[in-house]
Design a protein around this ligand. Sequence first.
Ligand code: SF4
Ligand code: SF4
Length: 302
Amino acid sequence: MPLEFLRQWRRTLWRQYVFGLRRYIPRGARRSIGWLYGSYVFCRISPIATRMLGPRYRRSRDRIDLDITWDCNLKCFHCNRSCQQAPTGEMMTVGQVRQFLEETRKREVCWKKIQLIGGEPTLHPDFEEMLHMMLEFRRRHSPGTEIMVTSNGFGVRVNQVLSRIPADVTVHNTQKSTRNQEDFIPFNLAPCDSPEYAHADFRNACCVTRDAGIGLTPYGYYPCVGSGAIDRIFGFDSGRKTLPGLEDGMEEDLTRFCSLCGFFRLNYTSEVCSGSLMSETWQRAYASWHERKPVLTRYPEL
Ligand code: SF4
Ligand code: SF4
């Protein structure tokens, strides 16, 4: 128990550093911290360490993010849903949310947290209906589930919708006001484009799949919701159409998507997201997306 408590504290402190504090730390110190951390992780993600110790992060079994829309009114640089790099109006339907809740009920999954996110979720034309469905589901079947909405808090329309959200919903308002987000992680720097990750075991993933949980998008389930947004650009069409079982670590999906995702990179903690940070694989993928958008099969509706 004390050990678990210490682990939680370590995670919280590290998250505070990665997602906020590091931008106030002088560049030199930031680089040293990034180098030290990177050296440790570099050894930890090697195939041999992964075989001996198992993957560094495992996907959550009790947390899920739903990307209900990839539309957004802000279009930040380096958006990890590609809202700026490849804008789209693709979204989940009410029928898909109903199907998710029905699957959850039938499979008797007890979610600790269900998060509505995107894109900007409050811009979904059926956002309030979806939220109501979640609350009704919680009332009837899962009283311990936290329902959360993450919003950029930007603009009149978004704030009007936010003001109507019931008090028993957790609202994470990131209060963005500009497209420049210095504390973002350079999402479009694909590790597979760097020789230093040539031997990495990508099943090691990052803390997102453990802490935020798996993801559901219009195209199915993914080991994290960001990987669903990667799939909409690359078109692997690997979204699962049924909820993965508890025994399924989704390691094949992690291997595919983490090799493309800047969140996997070891030294991201030393970088601040400014300017154009996009590696070759992403440049090619966006060019191809703008030429012809991949067609993915949709998660079923009820
Ligand atoms: S507010 Fe969020 S979803 Fe919208 S563009 Fe910025 S990072 Fe992407
Ligand atoms: S795809 Fe990216 S965000 Fe998702 S688990 Fe892998 S490294 Fe983390």
